[in-house]
Design a protein around this ligand. Sequence first.
Ligand code: IPE
Ligand code: IPE
Ligand code: MG
Length: 267
Amino acid sequence: MVFLTLSADNLAIVNNKPMQSAKDQIALDKLPKHVAVIMDGNGRWAKSRGEERTFGHKNAIDAVRNAINACNEIGIPYLTLYTFSSENWNRPNDEVSTLMNLLSKTLLLEAEEIHNKGLKLHVIGDINLLPDLVRDQLLSLADITKDNKNGNLILALSYGSQKEMLKAVKEISQEVKDGKLDIDDITEECFENHLYTKNFPPVDLLIRTSGEVRISNFLLWQIAYAELQFLDVLWPDFTKEHFFQCILDYQLKERRYGKTSEQLDSK
Ligand code: IPE
Ligand code: IPE
Ligand code: MG
């Protein structure tokens, strides 16, 4: 008997027969439009190897690439990656500066690849708080890729959902105060138009790695009807196969939006 498991990106061979990758079983006509990922577990990954937390961040880039490539390969149009939260500013200074340097270095190395893949880069969050260099790199890559059509890569940076919603409430209140908006016109659509995500569809699938089962202030409005998947894998170990398996699991769900199964069946 042969039982050989190759790297998770390759096919496994069991009993001399290649096992199907989850990718081959995905129904391409039922893909989620928008997948969001809470990339968590870098610190624990490093600690379990007796290393500093920042070692985990440095080893997380391949996993980011895996998520982007997996999305790109099957044609998911929107991918949002929770890269740095508004609360992450409270981490030790040296960890924050390592993360910012890493972000800058990675953008420099990956910019061409992102553009060549035809991806359009967007950033959501309070980017004014980012170091000037990082903000300039992000805005420049967003500009360079603005006409790309193969998918949208959205980086949530210095992002916090409560702050995002408060910003929306303040802007809307100002419009009412200035007599430009009637209170009765404050609809869900109006509110969404004041969020960073106004041009993106709602999240269909939210994935969080690291085993934590929480949302950590991420896209609270936008995940109202998302399917949630919590994986026991630490982010630096995340592979394309994990991603494809998440899509397969997503496709097994019945999304009822408050209706009954029977109502959906009769359509
Ligand atoms: C996610 O990994 C990366 C960021 C939040 C920037 P963590 O650094 O949170 O790793 P854990 O959760 O402490 O293991
Ligand atoms: C959420 O992870 C933020 C990112 C992945 C960027 P955290 O590690 O900061 O979340 P908590 O503190 O465990 O809730
Ligand atoms: Mg964490």
